[in-house]
Ligand binder design. Structure first.
Ligand SMILES: Nc1ncnc2c1ncn2[C@@H]1O[C@H](COP(=O)(O)OP(=O)(O)OP(=O)(O)O)[C@@H](O)[C@H]1O
Ligand code: SF4
Ligand SMILES: [Mg+2]
Length: 381
């Protein structure tokens, strides 16, 4: 495991030097891929006859590939579509269009029984270890849910398997009969991890799995996930706000903006040489150790709010906030492709990528923002 690059936030205390990245993941051994995935949420109005009046473009044409045994990190501001994409990939949301191939099968076309079988191979771990556990049920029965749903083991056999899972994730198997409230936040997330592992999945989608935890506990859960990956050969999609955590756990990282992937590359490559102005802005803020200062820097570089996903901007949807925007960016959507001089798996959706050493302008952003300043009459000197 490489050290954290200079300037990034320190890792949560206790994050141990990691195990090797799974370089053994063959370059083309793709476990899951998304092709042109679109997910719109209709907005309806009307009292008796509800009529669609608009659509939230939550995910709007995403292509990605995740190789067996690797971790793909996904970052992006709130509302950029990360969770929606995760739910599409796990089959929890039907897609509006596009394909999701899991071991070569398009899961968007699966029948009910096909989908049930697919759900054994793909699990999710959610942000909120409190909200995702029923407080009135004992943890043994919560962790054993997947066995019950899939009719796999029962009675003493199920209990034995559940206790093995508890041991695997560092919980005391004797606490089988306890309720979630009797566990700490970190332990509750371990319960979620145990439940996700029950059916020996191939892919686990982790949606902000440590965001709700104290920093010191975050480290333990991240280390657990990494150890389990090595031990069980798991593949992860790992969504998080904390860019340093994403860098630590990921082999490759995709940056989402308003429902699209703006850039994707090997983690080191992306963090060292971001090419998309949005990635560069996010990372420049993350490289400042003081969180308040970093937030301020992010606000300066990324002037303005994220535009509404109901009516995303034309062309490159980052253009109203981009310090490098030109006329072409308003008219023409940039393709997510390899740009001159970049590695074969470094893709950037930008007409004017950031060049090495280039510093993004702080004072100017976008080209089509309507000025809210009143126009002042010219005064003769
Ligand atoms: N069920 C839904 N119905 C309508 N709109 C939705 C639904 N789920 C998500 N959205 C909208 O889709 C967009 C993307 O949301 P999503 O939760 O995927 O973003 P996110 O990147 O995961 O954000 P965060 O970092 O805050 O978790 C947002 O504008 C959100 O309001
Ligand atoms: S295409 Fe234009 S607006 Fe979009 S990121 Fe690149 S320079 Fe900025
Ligand atoms: Mg989310």
């Amino acid at each position: 495991m490489s050290e954290l690059p200079e300037g990034l936030h320190a890792l949560p205390e206790g994050l141990h030097a990691a195990t090797a990245r799974p370089a053994e993941a063959a370059q083309d051994d793709v476990l899951v891929s998304a092709e042109g995935v679109v997910k719109y949420f209709p907005i309806k109005q009307g009292i008796v006859f509800k009529k669609e009046v608009a659509r939230v473009h939550a995910v709007d044409g995403v292509d990605l590939r995740v190789r067996r045994g690797e971790t793909l990190g996904i970052v992006g501001e709130s509302g950029s579509g990360k969770s929606t994409l995760a739910r599409c990939i796990t089959g929890l949301h039907p897609v509006t269009s596009g394909r999701i191939l899991f071991e070569g099968t398009d899961i968007t076309k699966l029948s009910k029984s096909g989908l049930k079988a697919f759900r054994r191979d793909v699990q999710m771990i959610f942000q909120d270890p409190y909200g995702s556990l029923n407080p009135r049920r004992r943890v043994g029965s919560i962790i054993g849910d997947p066995f019950a749903i899939h009719n796999i083991a029962d009675g003493a056999d199920r209990k034995k398997r559940v206790q093995e899972l508890m041991e695997l994730v560092g919980l005391n198997p004797e606490h089988y009969n306890r309720f979630p409230a009797e566990f700490s936040g970190g332990q509750r997330q371990r319960i979620g991890v145990a439940r996700a592992l029950a059916l020996k999945p191939k892919l686990i989608v982790c949606d902000e799995p440590v965001s709700a935890l104290d920093v010191s506990i975050q480290a333990q859960v991240i280390n657990l996930l990494k150890d389990l990956q090595d031990e069980l050969g798991l593949t992860y999609i790992f969504i998080a706000h904390d860019l340093s955590v994403v860098r630590y756990v990921s082999d490759r990282v995709g940056v989402m903006y308003l429902g699209r992937i703006g850039e994707s590359a090997a983690a080191e490559e992306l963090y060292e040489r971001p090419r998309h102005p949005y990635s560069a802005a996010l990372l420049s803020a993350a490289s400042i150790a003081d969180p308040d200062e970093a937030e301020r820097a992010e606000r300066i570089v990324l002037i303005g709010d994220v535009p509404s996903p109901i009516d995303p901007p034309s062309g490159c949807r980052f253009h109203p906030r981009c310090p490098k925007a030109q006329e072409r960016c308003v008219a023409e959507e940039p393709a997510l492709v390899v740009r001159d001089g970049d590695a074969a798996d470094h893709l950037t959706a930008c007409h004017f990528p950031v060049e090495p050493g280039e510093v993004l302008a702080h004072e100017h952003a976008g080209i089509s923002q309507v000025s809210t300043e009143p126009e002042l009459p010219e005064v003769e000197q």
